[in-house]
Design a protein around this ligand. Structure first.
Ligand SMILES: C[S@@+](CC[C@H](N)C(=O)[O-])C[C@H]1O[C@@H](n2cnc3c(N)ncnc32)[C@H](O)[C@@H]1O
Length: 231
């Protein structure tokens, strides 16, 4: 009843199921310390549209890459560290994950990384102009395995078109998932889109192994990597 009341009170086009689990914000002492000490240095505040070309100027940075759902920041920190010529933006709703990423970024002395602790739908809809990014990385998006949860999956046909709008011409998306039915759905959603070409690829050597992936491999999950280019 309460859920219906909430839904009815919002315009239907504004109602959206969350693609993430609400997990609370309990952090380790180190994560909380990193938020206090380094968030100001790395965070992009969401009070007006983000001017990525000012944050990562063209004369210094080859590309601007956004990781959606950076989790504990293992992949984003490692990739940013190994590619200082590109600018990286990590977007993650889970604050302890942002804390973990800040610890790594500080330990590695990373300068080419910024973070946003918010829902990517809002970040893209309200704060980033079209043609902002050269690439998106989406590693192990929540698989939502139960049938009734499928509509919470991030890579819906609508969201794929949002990504197309936010990519520069020729931009790309790299995705990895260890949930085979989701991999199939991702392939089928991209195949229906006129905005992209691509498909399954071999695991890129530059994609770091995260704890999340290791857990899946431990359960003998097959990992699928996919890559799409904007037409
Ligand atoms: C299964 S985890 C994978 C994390 C990481 N990419 C890795 O490989 O270890 C998925 C992450 O996506 C985040 N996430 C899901 N939906 C999101 C959204 N709409 N905006 C920002 N982050 C989101 C979740 O909070 C979670 O940390």
């Amino acid at each position: 009843m309460a859920l219906f009341a909430t839904m009815a009170s919002q315009k239907s086009e504004e109602f959206r199921l969350r693609s993430f689990r609400l997990r609370g914000e309990r952090m380790t002492k180190a994560q909380a310390g990193a938020i206090d000490e380094y968030l100001g240095e790395f965070e992009i505040p969401l009070n007006h549209p983000i001017e990525l070309s000012k944050i990562f100027p063209k004369d210094r940075y080859k590309e601007i890459v956004c990781e959606i759902g950076s989790g504990m920041g293992e992949a984003s920190s490692q990739i940013a560290f190994e590619n200082p010529e590109s600018g990286y933006l990590a977007v993650e709703v889970h604050k302890p994950g942002i804390g973990a990423l800040l610890i790594r970024a500080n330990n590695l002395g990373i300068k080419n990384l910024r973070v946003i602790n918010e829902d990517i739908y809002l970040v893209l809809r309200d704060y980033t102009p079209d043609s902002s990014f050269d690439a998106f990385h989406i590693f192990f998006p929540d698989p939502w395995p139960k049938r009734r949860q499928h509509k919470r999956r991030l890579l819906s046909p609508e969201f794929i078109e949002t990504l197309a709008a936010k990519l520069k011409p020729g931009g790309r998306i790299n995705i990895a998932t260890d949930w085979q039915p989701y991999a199939k759905e991702i392939e089928s959603n991209f195949a229906k889109s006129k905005s992209f070409n691509g498909g399954v690829i071999q695991r890129p050597t530059w994609r770091p192994l995260t704890k999340f992936e290791s857990k899946g491999l431990g359960k003998e999950h097959l990992v699928t990597d996919l890559q799409y280019f904007k037409n």
